[in-house]
Design a protein around this ligand. Sequence first.
Ligand code: FMN
Length: 221
Amino acid sequence: MDKQFNDLASMRRNYDLEAFDLTQANENPFIQFKKWFEVAIKSGKIYEPNAMTVASVDENGLPSARIVLLKEIWEAGFVFYTNYDSRKGREILSGKGVSLLFYWDQLHRQVRIEGTAEKISREKSEKYFQSRPKTSQIGAWGSAQSQPVSRKDLEARKNELEEQYKDTDVLPCPPNWGGFLVKPTRFEFWQGRPSRLHDRITYELSPSDGTSDWIVGRLAP
Ligand SMILES: Cc1cc2nc3c(=O)[nH]c(=O)nc-3n(C[C@H](O)[C@H](O)[C@H](O)COP(=O)(O)O)c2cc1C
């Protein structure tokens, strides 16, 4: 192995901040998520507590993952914004389901969420798009996300758009850009514990009865 990384096998941390057990877990996973999310934000230790990994699957079942920013929490789920024609956009729209992952390492916490995803309304996407800084709006128009491009062409397109919209404060929302709502069917809250005996509290949406009851459980670490 590369000498520089000789000590990789011995790199490990102890997790000893706190416990998380069934008696502490709120019966509603959204409330539980918001509690942990608030702690992550208020800790001031995490640069982007709303950064989450989104994993999607292509038509052959091959998974891919990338970070996006959580922008809204609705009663029905979690919202992020992207280009619908991007790799993730196309994979998500194929309807195979998605997973979200938060890792707040300074808190020794991980949250896993699985579910389905759908486009949010055009009106809501436009409203959010128009709240973004103009530079981000130009970026969205200038980037055919996930397509091959040269740095030169990217910069040229940006300059072109800056010129085109120089007298405009707010750009229209590109038709292929907008929000996805991830509707969870499963959550898992992981709290690191000493001796690798971590706490894993899960929530599963009870199947087929049409109500939104969550079944809470614990898994071996
Ligand atoms: C911290 C961070 C935040 C990001 N936020 C977003 C985001 O909100 N939306 C987005 O489309 N891409 C975001 N990206 C870029 C994605 O990780 C990814 O490069 C891009 O969406 C293209 O992914 P795809 O080709 O798999 O579709 C972010 C990247 C990082 C590191």
